[in-house]
Design a protein around this ligand. Sequence first.
Ligand SMILES: Cc1cc2nc3c(=O)[nH]c(=O)nc-3n(C[C@H](O)[C@H](O)[C@H](O)COP(=O)(O)O)c2cc1C
Length: 190
Amino acid sequence: MKKRLLISVLLAAALLCGSLPVCAQQDVGALALILNHYSTRDFVAGAIPDVDIELIVQAGIRAPSAANRQPWYFTVVQNPVLAKKLVSNNEDGNVLIVVSAVGDGKTNNVQILDCALAVQSIYLAAQALGYGSRIYTGPIDNLNKNFKGDLSLPNGHSAVALVRVGKIKPDAVSSASARKRAAELVTYKK
Ligand SMILES: Cc1cc2nc3c(=O)[nH]c(=O)nc-3n(C[C@H](O)[C@H](O)[C@H](O)COP(=O)(O)O)c2cc1C
């Protein structure tokens, strides 16, 4: 609860000042979050307070973007019937945050990269607040073909990805998949 309060204070400061206080840049907890996240498999049912959803969406809004164009739009799906049409195993109370932008959602590379950063920020913010989260692109073709109207996406927008946020069991343990070794992935030129 203390951590949530701190995050709320930081976000409030960010909204008031337009930037985060310096101490937030030195938050070791943030690094731990980045290193320890995992894509939740075992979501459980349960409502998420609106205040938490708003904080999580703020994390998306605050993502960096090329030339600060902020091309994204966030559609927060809380309707359980609609959510299940997009992600068939969605549990009641899980929230789907659809990130969309002008275009077909596929071919504007810079815009897709911007949206990807917003998606990642949402995904991590949810875990910072103690929820499970998972990024999905699998349902996006179906969404763009059949559900733009139901979702009231802005004119000309297509979804790029969605983030599922939901409760997890209190004793949930990380199910992170193995990653390739740094030796395979990194070259240092000194
Ligand atoms: C761009 C992107 C698209 C993804 N799409 C899906 C998806 O459609 N369905 C799904 O179950 N998981 C999806 N995932 C989750 C990945 O499968 C998961 O991040 C990866 O297996 C690593 O798992 P871990 O984070 O738990 O280690 C997606 C992840 C990313 C980054």
